[in-house]
Design a protein around this ligand. Structure first.
Ligand code: ARG
Length: 344
């Protein structure tokens, strides 16, 4: 009887392991996190390699080969990156843009790093560059990435996630570590932040009404730790309340200065854009007729036929409660391995 149970469990576990190189249909996992304790950005610290495996650097390669980090972003499927619309305000498609995935130190990119080009840029059709409303955009990569210990997908929550109840939240990025200096760190920075009450954030001594319901405020009332210039587009993630995976709850958008008291970082709340994301990725038919601004990038061959996303290869590879299942079966596997070890 026990042998049968073990066999059934092993059979159930195998698909999770077998599809590991396309993220095992999971998301929000940090395979290398056991190497360091739970954990700039202003007031942050160097992240360990692989600490935030969905983190990407969006860069411009200038003539002569000089590379400039422009914004952060998060990998949400093997071929799509979620970022901020304002990163492309000047929207220079004639330049050579690239997306760096799996990196830690930008000047020393090892074999774990994957570089892609932008096939399509989809800016939210109602992005407002004055109010920064709907500051969200999607990048379609020219080729899918291979998932690895250093490259994993972030989990995008739908409207059902009670984001304000999440406790362990972090920001990461290669943005300025000091509000007054334009120097950028070479190593990815990370910092813990608190989600702040939106009413407080919108109060007269804080942002005085500039915060919309599609925004999140995160940081500290007294400042000190915050995202800053160059962190835009990057992730605000929070650990699930019960399991060991992270939700991508926000996209870094704006702030008054950086790390100032009562002026925390403002993020685009991803759960409000869950349907928009699915529509843009071609996973759900559009309900409205307003077309999103499609910016063709000269670098990417625009005629390239796009593979039609299937239910198994897309964003749906990151649904709730799949991570819970993955976590459960990983535990079962560990248990089985421990038991097997004891028998030898
Ligand atoms: N808009 C900035 C960027 O483009 C991000 C600023 C975040 N500011 C803040 N105080 N949290 O990188």
């Amino acid at each position: 009887m026990n042998v049968l149970l073990v066999l059934v469990l092993l059979a159930l576990c195998r698909p999770v392991q077998g599809t590991w190189d396309n993220c095992g249909a999971s998301c929000g996992l940090r395979p290398l996190a056991h190497r360091y304790g739970a954990s700039r950005v202003v007031g942050g610290t160097d992240a360990q390699p692989g600490a935030w495996p969905w983190m990407v650097s969006i860069q411009i390669v200038w003539e002569g080969g000089v590379v400039q980090h422009i914004c952060g972003g998060s990998l949400i499927s093997a071929q799509w990156v979620l970022t901020a619309a304002h990163c492309f305000l000047e929207n220079r498609p004639e330049l050579l843009w690239r997306v760096v995935i799996g990196a830690n130190r930008l000047s020393q990119m090892g074999p774990e790093v994957q570089v892609r080009h932008i096939q399509r840029l989809l800016i939210h059709e109602h992005y407002n560059n004055i109010s920064q409303l709907n500051d969200i955009a999607l990048l379609e990569l020219d080729h899918p990435v291979q998932c690895s210990y250093y490259v994993q997908l972030a989990c995008v929550p739908d409207a059902s996630l009670r984001v304000s109840e999440l406790k362990n939240c972090y920001v990461s990025g290669w943005g300025a570590t000091n509000a007054r200096s334009s120097r950028r760190p070479d190593v990815l920075q990370e910092a813990p932040v608190h989600l702040l009450n939106t009413h407080l954030c919108n109060s007269s001594r804080w942002y005085a009404g500039a915060i919309h319901s599609n925004n999140l405020c995160a940081g500290y009332a007294y400042g000190i730790i915050d995202t800053c210039q160059g962190d835009s587009g990057g992730p605000l993630v929070c650990k699930d309340t019960t399991a060991d995976y992270f939700w991508l709850v926000g996209v870094t958008s704006w702030g008054k200065g950086c790390a100032r008291a009562k002026q925390p970082g403002v993020y685009t709340s991803t759960q409000h854009f869950y349907d928009w994301i699915l529509v843009q990725m071609g996973l759900r038919p559009a309900a409205t007729a307003t077309p999103t601004q499609h910016v063709p990038f000269t670098y990417a061959p625009s005629q390239t036929p796009r593979p039609i996303p299937t239910q198994s290869s897309q964003f749906d590879s990151c649904p709730f409660p799949r991570p819970k299942l993955v976590e459960f079966f990983t535990r079962v596997q560990e248990l089985l391995q421990a038991l097997r070890g004891k028998n030898v």
